[in-house]
Design a protein around this ligand. Structure first.
Ligand SMILES: *[C@@H]1O[C@H](CO)[C@@H](O)[C@H](O)[C@H]1NC(C)=O
Ligand SMILES: *[C@@H]1O[C@H](CO)[C@@H](O)[C@H](O)[C@H]1NC(C)=O
Length: 423
């Protein structure tokens, strides 16, 4: 799957803005497509404001107002609540997890560097949504140790939900360093901070189902071998599992790694295949569907965002405590890895059909047979460990999940001006 541009084409303003289902609020994304002249004028204005701000206001004042925002976002509003630093908070899973924690009364502080991999517009809208609900998202990089120490000096985090990452498979060919930087270097920076924090937080972080690599044995179980890797993305996630294991053993950090399979739903990532499918259906463009050897349809594990959120929250709740390197020799901090998938794969044509039914449109399909071995043709995951330890039980079937996704998509992007009419 090549990375796709953020498809933020100028849509017509949504005529009947529907309500955001997660928190039952009336949040509306801000669509603005100003002319070039307006952009220039605004930029000029902004520049002069920034300049006068830098001249008139002392830096100390700036940092206290930032810290005030962080502290208020971290406020706990329930008995036995937790305080969570969520990295990648403006991302797909990060924004949903942050809202879920906030809505049950936990303290949540987000951090995100708003990188441009699939466009910044969607991330900024997710950030606006979070701030609407009282979750402050610090614009910064997890790879910046000074930022991390400022955050931990400001708030005593009990947990870190580390979701910031460079995602995507194809992009690694173009820019491998982005993966090393975001998935390995940043992870070490974060672990170093957690190691030296007092008290140490427990860490839950996003690994990936892609670590199973070229394994043919299905279903994938956590105890299976996970090599050889087939992509650089998978290698960096696998490396992350080993690095976190080291920090667990040497420094007593409680670690939970989550191997996510394909997560989909409202506010999802535009670089994912299901996004390009709905775009093509709406714009009347054909969809290319790959088929494994012997004309077998590719099957994938798709899991709905609300189910993943439950898995993430349950991982935080059951994480146990970090014990530090001075912990007594006979106790050890928890080190856990869980598969989080649906446990029942669906074929890509089935998914496309559901999208077509929801949109009441048909799309032309170009079926391409893959010549190489169909190692990657069938993903099927064993989730019994997460079921047992986390009470994880996905309840959203593909029909229901895609219906929610389509609803959101049409609300957010609007219907294209030139519609596909071959119903
Ligand atoms: C660990 O050792 C201490 C004393 O050495 C003992 O009191 C404690 O019960 C032990 N804990 C476990 C889990 O065995
Ligand atoms: C699924 O994983 C569990 C361990 O959590 C294991 O006991 C069981 O055998 C696995 N099932 C299959 C079908 O591989």
């Amino acid at each position: 799957m090549p990375p796709l541009e953020d498809p933020l084409l100028p849509p017509p303003p949504p005529s009947t803005p529907c309500q955001f289902h997660l928190m039952n609020s009336t949040f509306r994304p801000r669509f603005r497509f100003p002319s070039a002249a307006m952009v220039f004028l605004w930029a000029l204005l902004l520049l002069s404001f920034t300049a006068s701000y830098l001249i008139l206001v002392d830096p100390g004042h700036r940092s206290t107002s930032l810290q005030r925002n962080i502290r208020s976002s971290a406020e706990i509003r329930r008995p036995n609540g937790i305080t969570v630093l969520v990295t990648g908070a403006a991302g797909f899973i990060g924004s949903h997890v942050s809202l879920a924690l906030k809505s049950r009364g936990d303290g949540v502080v987000g951090v995100d560097n708003f990188d441009n991999y699939y466009g910044r517009a969607l991330k900024k809208t997710r950030r606006d949504l979070l701030e609407f609900h009282g979750v402050y998202v610090v614009n910064g990089d997890v790879n910046d140790p000074r930022l991390l120490s400022m955050l931990f000096e400001t708030v005593e985090f009990t947990h870190v939900m580390h979701l910031a990452a460079q995602v995507g498979v194809q992009y690694a060919v173009e820019n491998p360093y982005a993966y090393v930087r975001s998935n390995i270097a940043s992870l070490v920076t974060l672990l170093e901070q957690c190691k030296s924090s007092d008290p140490q937080p427990a860490i839950v972080w996003a690994s990936s189902g892609s670590v199973y690599g070229a394994q043919n044995k299905v279903p994938f179980s956590e105890t299976d071998r996970v090599d050889p890797p087939t992509t650089l993305y998978a290698s960096t996630k696998r490396t992350g599992e080993e690095i976190t294991h080291t920090y667990n053993r040497l420094h007593g950090l409680s670690i939970t790694g989550l191997r996510f399979f394909t997560v989909y739903g409202p506010w999802g990532r535009p670089d994912m295949a299901y996004f390009s499918f709905i775009r093509n259906i709406l714009h009347g463009k054909p969809i290319t569907m790959y088929r494994a050897k012997n004309r077998v349809d590719l099957a994938r594990e798709f899991i709905y965002i609300d189910d993943i959120v439950k898995g993430c929250v349950a991982s935080l709740d059951t994480s146990g405590k970090s014990i530090g390197s001075s912990g007594s020799k006979n106790e050890s901090a928890p080190y856990r890895i869980f598969n989080l998938g649906n446990g029942s794969p669906v074929t890509v044509p089935a998914l496309v059909t559901i999208l077509e039914e929801n949109l009441k449109m048909k799309v032309e399909k170009d079926v391409v047979d893959m010549c190489e071995n169909g190692d990657d043709s069938f993903a099927y995951v064993n989730i019994s460990l997460a079921e047992r330890e986390l009470g994880f039980k996905p309840t959203t079937d593909l029909q229901t999940g895609l219906r929610e996704f389509v609803k959101w998509y049409l609300w957010y992007y609007g219907k294209p001006l030139v519609e596909n009419r071959n119903v």
